[in-house]
Design a protein around this ligand. Structure first.
Ligand code: HEM
Length: 632
């Protein structure tokens, strides 16, 4: 019997039973309590009725399962059948009802078996695309590997294997951390250079830590960050422009601490919405760690970027987060293709990020246009009844008044800068918050850590009447140490200071070795962060490690914002993250508020971050049990 015939059979066989059940249940409904004479009969009848209902529900579930199994088997049959199956499944899930399933399945069952030609075309095209993808990946990896100087040791590649370059890249995709740490121990510790494969990019040449400071000081025209914004984001005139970074350094960093009242207000609103306000005290809720924090962080960061009104529009906030995710995903996909195919492939793979950028722009363009109008009106007439908000949009518009080019003045270009600012700020800050929550509340001594942190925060805030002043936040050294330590052990990826050689003649390293044009270089961040010479017992999450170094070791440069060749979360040198002081302030405020106002249940284990190539992804399925604390 063909699969489709099997489905038709299931549907037909189930129909009389369904009719019978419907009749029974209709009868039961009319006979229910009102039709019985005495109380005993009524009670018995009610019990029967409930049991009947339960049994009916059980049968419906079983049928749904059986039907779904059959539908999936049939999915293999034809693409058209697959589309129907998917639709049927979705309807069933959303309606939690079996009726539409039967209707659609019945309709599906009426379809004739589609001709063999369609089945053959589907199979042939799948095989063709798989073979095409395999050949493209094999050729690209071979060409990428051939550009690496032969004399450098390669970790994770065996030249004697068939398709050695492709297989090495595969290892670079799934075993990256062990390769980075292995190569670091064997070569970097001895001052030598080595190479690691990456599935997506060309193999990366990793330099010993002794060259990290040199690497961090190289100018952009020699070595630059290996991004593909050309394809993933476009708008080169906006990206290759100084305005975003200038305003972060000149305005945003200067205001860190001064906008804490607004930031705390937004933190309170967003955490009340997500985790419950004081009226819910004591009630446990289960929340996804990453997703819920992304919503809160997106809102908080946006308060300073775009002001009080737009920051609470969750369509805008979520679109900003999704834009960042989709740009990263499309970049990873594009890295799989050779340069000449990227323009064509990018049209398809950037559709999701373009969609989210459009949602952001729908809100940003009118905001920027209105701000320009208001600021001009106020400049022309100081009595104009309008107060300029102290946010990134105002700083940007004021800066644009000093400039003349279309890139720096058009509403579209100014609004798109905010989209890119979100890209740099939201996901990175969320990762740091999510890692901290997971590391603290999964630690064996979670309760003691939380008690000490609460004690510190309360003691500092008692000196400022509960106000989160800049000085107060700076005094929270235990909190700072906890976030820094979490980012050391959990981090954002396996390598740091990744740079592509732009100089056509290559670049000469401090030891005289010449790295060729277009090669990618960097340092093994995992190796450095897990080196026992840098951090005793390096794999342990030791929340107060840096606090002790500060208090007992007399070290002053161990706060979260200090970068060094041994601590690379924010990179190091001339390209170290300019937004880190703003990010750190936000993370401390967010964690401080959670610690003081919420209780998070200790977690049985810390789900490991997922290492994909050179990035570390916080497991999005990790959840936390959280409740509002009862204040005494
Ligand atoms: C915990 C949060 C954050 C982390 C871990 C982080 C990390 C980084 C890293 C590793 C880089 C690359 C530096 C390099 O080229 O080697 C970077 C660059 C950058 N970050 Fe951040 N960042 C964070 C938050 C932010 C925020 C909140 C903003 C904006 C307000 C921001 C704006 C930027 C910009 C504009 C660059 C590019 C700098 C350049 O090209 O020279 N970042 N960040």
């Amino acid at each position: 019997m063909s699969k489709l015939a099997a489905l038709r059979d299931t549907v037909e066989r189930s129909e009389p039973r369904r009719r019978e059940r419907r009749e029974k249940s209709a009868g039961a409904e009319t006979q229910e309590p009102g039709n019985t004479r005495d109380t005993e009969d009524r009670g018995k009848h009610k019990m029967d009725y409930i049991q009947q209902q339960q049994q009916q529900q059980r049968q419906q579930h079983q049928q749904l399962l059986r039907l779904t199994r059959n539908l999936f088997k049939c999915s293999l049959h034809t693409p058209l059948a697959f589309a129907f199956d998917l639709w049927t499944m979705l309807v069933s899930v959303f309606n939690s009802s079996i009726t539409p399933t039967f209707t659609l399945a019945g309709f599906r069952a009426l379809l004739p078996d589609l001709p063999l030609i369609i089945v053959a075309t589907t199979v042939a095209s799948t095989l063709f695309f798989t073979a095409f993808f395999f050949i493209v990946a094999a050729l690209k990896s071979r060409s990428d590997h051939s550009r690496i100087p032969k004399e450098l040791p390669f970790v994770g590649k065996n030249d004697k294997e068939w398709f050695s370059a492709l297989r090495a890249n595969w290892r670079g995709w799934f075993q990256s951390i062990s390769l980075y740490v292995q190569g670091y121990q064997k070569y970097s510790k001895n001052g030598k250079i080595f190479v690691v494969p990456t599935w997506t990019r060309a193999p990366q040449i990793l330099l010993p830590p002794s060259m990290a400071t040199w690497l961090s000081m190289q100018p952009e025209h020699l070595l630059s960050f290996p991004v593909q914004f050309k394809y993933t984001v476009g708008h080169p005139h906006i990206l290759n422009n100084d305005m975003v970074e200038l305003l972060i350094k000149r305005e945003l960093t200067k205001t860190v601490g001064t906008l804490n009242e607004e930031i705390i207000e937004e933190i309170i609103k967003s955490t009340d919405d997500l985790y419950g306000g004081s009226e819910t005290a004591g009630e446990w809720r289960e929340r996804y760690v990453f997703d819920s924090l992304a919503r809160a962080v997106g809102r908080v960061v946006s308060r300073v970027f775009v002001g009080a009104e737009l920051c609470s529009n969750m369509e805008y906030v979520n679109a900003g987060t999704n834009f960042s995710k989709m740009v990263s995903i499309s970049s990873y996909i594009l890295h799989l293709f050779p340069e000449f195919l990227k323009p064509a492939v990018s049209i398809l793979v950037t559709l999701p990020s373009k969609y989210y950028a459009r949602i952001c722009m729908k809100h940003l363009e009118p905001l920027v246009a209105q701000r320009i109008k208001d600021m001009r009106a106020k400049a022309a007439d100081p009595t104009y009844a309008w107060e300029e908000p102290n946010d990134y949009v105002s700083w940007m518009v004021r800066e644009s008044f000093k400039r003349t080019s279309e890139t720096d003045t058009s509403v579209y270009n100014l609004a798109y800068r905010i989209v890119m600012l979100n890209f740099a700020a939201i996901v990175t800050t969320t990762i740091a918050c999510a890692n901290t929550v997971l590391d603290v509340w999964s630690a064996p001594d979670a309760e003691e850590i939380v008690e000490e942190l609460r004690g510190e925060i309360m003691s500092v805030l008692s000196e400022t009447n509960g106000v989160w002043t800049k000085a107060a936040v700076n005094k929270m050294h235990r909190l700072d140490s906890t976030i820094r330590e979490s980012s050391r052990v959990s981090g954002i990826g396996g390598t740091s200071l990744a740079r592509q050689v732009r100089a056509t003649d290559g670049v000469t390293l401090p030891n005289g070795f010449v790295v060729p044009h277009n090669a990618t270089i960097g340092v093994s961040m995992d190796g450095i962060h897990f080196d026992p010479e840098n951090y005793p017992d390096p794999k342990k999450f030791d929340a107060f490690r840096f606090y002790r170094e500060r208090m007992e070791g007399g070290k002053r440069n161990v706060d979260l914002g200090t970068t060094s060749s041994k601590y690379l979360l924010f990179s190091h040198g001339i390209h170290s993250c300019p937004g880190r002081f703003f990010a750190i302030n936000d993370i401390k405020l967010m964690m401080g508020h959670l610690l003081l106002n919420y209780e998070i249940a200790p977690r049985p284990r810390r789900e490991p971050n997922i290492s994909l190539g050179d990035i570390a992804i916080v497991p999005e399925t990790a959840t936390m049990q959280i409740r509002r604390r009862v204040k005494v």
